[in-house]
Design a protein around this ligand. Sequence first.
Ligand code: COA
Length: 332
Amino acid sequence: MEVDFNKKIYAQITAIGGYVPENKRTNSDLEKITETSDEWIVKRTGIKERRILEDGLATSDMAVSAILNLIETYQKDIQDVDALIVATSTPDMLMPATANIICDKLGIENVWAFDMNAACSGFLYALDMGASLIETKRYKNILVIGADKISAYVNINDRSTNILFGDGAGVVWLEPTNEVAILDALLLSNGTGKEYLNIEGGGSLHPISEQLLLDEKRYIKQDGKVVFKNAIQSMSDTCLNVLSRNDYSVDDVNWLVPHQANKRIIDAVGNEIKIEEGKTLVNIEHYGNTIAATIPLCIWENTSKLKKGDLLMLTAFGAGFSWGASLLRWTI
Ligand code: COA
């Protein structure tokens, strides 16, 4: 349908793609490395396996594969893209942005492209940024990507993190429409979580050094219990707030798409906001926590369940802390 730019413009998702590496790290692999068990991991997290990207490849490679999947599925022309946002905490390099590397690999030029780091909430932040750019009427074809090679920062000998994380990438294509589509996002953050979930090393505070490697500061660390509690409360609160400020109730939601960090967190949020059973999309079993990629990957895997016009509520929580919830009408 022709878009009338004199009327209100919404951003709509017109295509979606995803990619996970072939290589699996199963619970039984981890049983051989640290003192743990398949039974404990499944019971406490819901995770059975994760995907691990091979050495020599990086976040941009997974993002490019996800974009190629989108292009093939929806017959999009990559040369139409005028902006590209990458939510990632694991860029290929500190400079240039992974977004620039992706543009180069795809052969696109003169694109407004940059990286955004909001950890596990990154995709929701990037989606809101992309939607806002569409609403300015200056951009018409935007790729919003969530991609992370978190395995590069996981200490394989640390059972408090090695069970949780895996690699992956997901992407959506945004275009303008006059129909109601991406409706609202309530995104929040503070710094109170910085000591409970972080990768300390390699930044300007702790540049790479021998001591940093000895201190194991290159790895992701967390206080699982603190993160767990904050995640449930923050996601539940923002879900209820974003619903109420748009005059919706939880019963209006067709699908809840939560960040996939721990099945117990997902279940607790569902209970807290009282969403009907069967309306929550979950794929944590196969991929674990892929940081900024969990939400687009989970939608991508479940597209056959979604109907045009369905109301989706997305919610995430991550390092910072950063968290939030978004509402959108499914438009594919
Ligand atoms: N395998 C087997 N046993 C383990 C274990 C593992 N990988 N990790 C911990 N345990 C043991 C502990 O030693 C403890 O034993 P004890 O009772 O004899 O002392 C028991 O299991 C419970 O440990 P606890 O740390 O309390 O587990 P938990 O239920 O809090 O689960 C996490 C740990 C990490 C799975 C959980 O806290 C979590 O998922 N937190 C949120 C993490 C997250 O989402 N991070 C990213 C956010 S974006």
